[in-house]
Design a binder for this molecule. Structure first.
Ligand code: NCD
Length: 317
């Protein structure tokens, strides 16, 4: 049952680092953990017993931080944490390098969220223990994308063959940037729906072209009706340099139950959360609204990642 030896990665920094076989290994490990969780939850407590996770969140988070910490707890490990710059020595002028040197002495693996793009790579270059990127500015959020992939597989049966719409802030939304990169490994069609000012950055568009991915761009939300998956995101207020631009764009789109029920494909509704006004609460009890179920999937996927990065073995039952 154990799969760690097939997994060559120690750090998780960017969605681009993965090949399809790595993704299969992660999804399969998460599936095995899901099974173990039902059949022998006590055995899971032995997997990371005695290991320590440093949970370093220098930017706001509810889901990602709590789900990583829950994942470590459910594998029998311990968690140490720091939240926000104001309560860490970075507010006294300490560099990220020095902070990481301390973290290396205290823990076996570190998860870091930081507002600066590329910061997790800098953090990992400073130390020998595994580092996991939990979101770096508007750059990447690879573990969210991995749980998104697991969600699609669980809820749709397979990833190949889907047509997926990405809706919202395609410019600053790091979850979209990471998920589209993971999807390069599958046979999918992508549709990007956003106001013009928040369109997908040119570098990503170029990448899609170079990889020969079929994609379309639109401002029309009705494109969702012909998609198997709708991945809805909020406008990333904290990334705007001019708040007046945010005010102008913040109510550009709002999706409700009646609109989604017109879908021709029983579209799976995903959202990384938090939501603001872009997705109405009247969608929540539709059977194809997956965003609250994603919270359970997230713990399984992060349990898989901690197990794999620390080269631990899952119990055999
Ligand atoms: C996302 C993030 O932090 O990028 N949230 C999350 O991790 N679930 C999405 C967002 O903040 O909009």
């Amino acid at each position: 049952m154990a799969t760690s030896s097939a997994f060559i990665h120690t750090n998780i920094l960017d969605a681009e680092q993965f090949l399809r076989e790595d993704l299969s290994c992660i999804l399969e490990t998460a599936r095995q953990i899901q099974q173990l969780y039902t059949l022998a939850p006590d055995k899971l407590y032995q997997v990371l017993q005695g290991r320590v996770l440093a949970s370093l969140f220098f930017e706001s988070s509810t889901r990602t931080r709590l789900s990583f910490e829950t994942a470590m707890n459910r594998l029998g490990g311990r968690v140490i944490s720091t939240v926000g710059f104001q309560f860490s020595s970075i507010s006294k002028g300490e560099t990220l390098y020095d902070t990481m040197k301390m973290v290396e002495a205290y823990s076996d693996i570190a998860v870091i969220r930081h507002p600066v793009e590329g910061s997790s790579r800098i953090a990992s270059a400073a130390i020998q223990i595994p580092v996991i990127n939990a979101g770096d500015g508007s750059g990447q959020h690879p573990t969210q994308a991995l749980l998104d992939l697991y969600t699609i597989q669980q809820e749709r049966g397979q990833i190949d063959g889907i047509r997926i719409a990405f809706i919202g802030d395609l410019k600053f939304g790091r979850t979209i940037h990471s998920l589209m990169k993971l999807l390069y490994n599958y046979e999918v069609e992508m549709v990007f729906i956003s106001p013009v000012d928040l369109a997908l950055p040119e570098s990503y568009r170029k990448e899609l072209g170079q990889r020969g991915i079929t994609f379309a761009e639109s401002e029309d939300l009705k494109e969702i009706w012909d998609c198997d998956v709708a991945y809805i995101t909020r406008i990333q207020k904290e990334r705007f340099t001019e708040q007046s631009d945010y005010e102008r764009l913040k109510d550009s789109y709002s999706i409700n139950r009646a609109f989604l029920q017109a879908s021709r494909r029983n579209t799976l509704i995903m959202h990384p959360l938090p939501r603001v006004n872009e997705l109405s609460t009247d969608v929540d009890d539709l059977p194809n609204a997956a965003y609250f179920r994603m919270a359970s999937y997230s713990v399984l996927v992060r349990m898989a990642l901690l197990t794999l990065c620390l080269k631990a073995e899952l119990p055999v039952i």
